[in-house]
Ligand binder design. Structure first.
Ligand code: FNR
Length: 361
């Protein structure tokens, strides 16, 4: 067996070698010109860390609590669709890696293992990601099944009234399997229209009329806390607080929806200020290093979510690959904290980073 790479980016190359081109591109790609895809990572590179020296960092505590659930580190698994395209064990392998790493997995509604199968295979704290469907009874069904199966929160993705234009999938004519969680609940077959069936599937199912005023309906279905994913502005952050969200995930969907949205790390602080500590704020997009996690925490995130590195780890090495990706990010974060003079997450402060807005660098 080949050795593990030395950083999470190494898993991307292994995944590229392991997967058929169509599946690799499905995971790696972004929308249209992929401007935001590059920016998500580049924007982290423009943030500088300002370390403190001569601090006692002989013991470093990375543990944290998310919505009351203690976990080993502020790094959780973002919802990503269709893990069986990466590995035959699919989301079950990912969930087991989350358990082994004592962190949270957010299961995508668009998973290839059912939410019940994933619940049965692991004791990780699990959240359930939701797109609201045109068929509201189907949405109600999955939300209630998630609650019954022990998922601890609903992550409502707000940025996908339609699906973004992912040109690699169109060129490759990528065909993906039906969504396991709602299998047999649609009578329609999704048309490929000569291209990929991803767009037609999503556009036929997602309800583009769902809006802030409908959150009350969603809340009436479940006692679970609702996190809102896809917030990029202070206006929407305030709305999320007003409708009673339990948390916000600053996200541009890994640059797969609207191209030319800002890098998530560049708007995190705006959202954090708008929320003013009333609910926790999380961020995802472009996190590839422990130093990226450190920067996000310094700018006010309670934790980060990681998308592509997880599926690349899964494609390259199955459950062990996902575990290793999580471990690498954790080890790098621990090292960054030591070298920056922080022995616990609460010691990571705004003054540990310098952004372009702070002063010329
Ligand atoms: C996603 N993402 C996503 N988000 C969501 O709310 N529901 C979903 O089903 C999916 N599916 C999905 C598939 C793939 C292949 C990717 C890459 C992403 C977005 C995901 O939750 C997260 O926002 C980004 O992946 C974070 O960016 P990075 O870490 O991939 O750069």
């Amino acid at each position: 067996m080949a050795e593990f790479p030395v950083n999470v980016n190494g898993f991307q190359e292994l995944a590229r070698q392991a997967l058929p081109k169509g599946y690799y591109d499905f995971y790696a790609g972004g929308a249209e010109d992929q401007y935001t895809l590059k920016e998500n990572e580049e924007a982290f590179r423009r943030i500088i860390i300002q370390p403190r020296v001569l601090r006692d960092t002989s013991r470093i505590d990375l543990s944290t609590t998310i919505l009351g659930y203690p976990i080993s580190m502020p790094i959780i698994i973002a919802p990503t669709a269709r893990h069986k395209l990466a590995n035959p064990a699919g989301e079950i392998a990912t969930a087991r890696a989350a358990s082994a790493s004592n962190t949270i997995m957010v299961l995508s509604l668009s998973s290839t293992c059912s939410l019940e199968e994933v619940a049965a295979c692991c004791d990780a704290v699990r959240f359930f990601q939701l797109y609201v469907y045109r068929k509201r009874d189907v949405t109600a069904n999955v939300v209630q099944r998630a609650e019954k199966s022990g998922y601890k929160a609903i992550v409502l993705t707000g940025d996908s009234p339609r699906i973004g234009r992912r040109e690699a999938d169109m060129k490759n004519k990528t065909v993906v399997p039906a969504i396991k969680n709602v299998e047999n609940m649609w009578s329609t077959k999704f048309d490929q229209g000569g291209g990929s069936n991803i767009q037609s599937q999503a556009n036929a199912t997602h309800d583009p009329s769902f809006c802030w005023e409908d959150i009350g309906w969603l809340k009436s279905l479940t006692k679970l806390p609702i996190l809102i994913k896809g917030v990029l502005t202070h206006e929407d952050a305030i709305k999320a607080v007003e409708v009673g969200a339990a948390g916000i995930i600053v996200s541009n969907h890994g640059a797969r929806q609207l191209d030319y949205t800002p890098a998530t790390i560049s708007v995190l602080e705006e959202v954090v200020h708008a929320v003013g500590g009333r609910i926790p704020v999380f961020v995802d997009g472009g996190i590839r290093r422990g130093t990226d996690v450190f920067k996000a925490l310094a700018l006010g995130a309670q934790a980060v979510l990681v998308g592509r590195p997880i599926v690349f780890g899964l494609a390259a090495k199955g459950e062990d690959g996902v575990k290793r990706v999580l471990e690498m990010l954790k080890e790098e974060l621990e090292l960054a904290m030591s070298l920056a003079g922080c022995s616990s997450l609460k010691e990571i402060s705004r003054s540990h980073v310098r952004t372009k807005q702070d002063r010329e660098i």
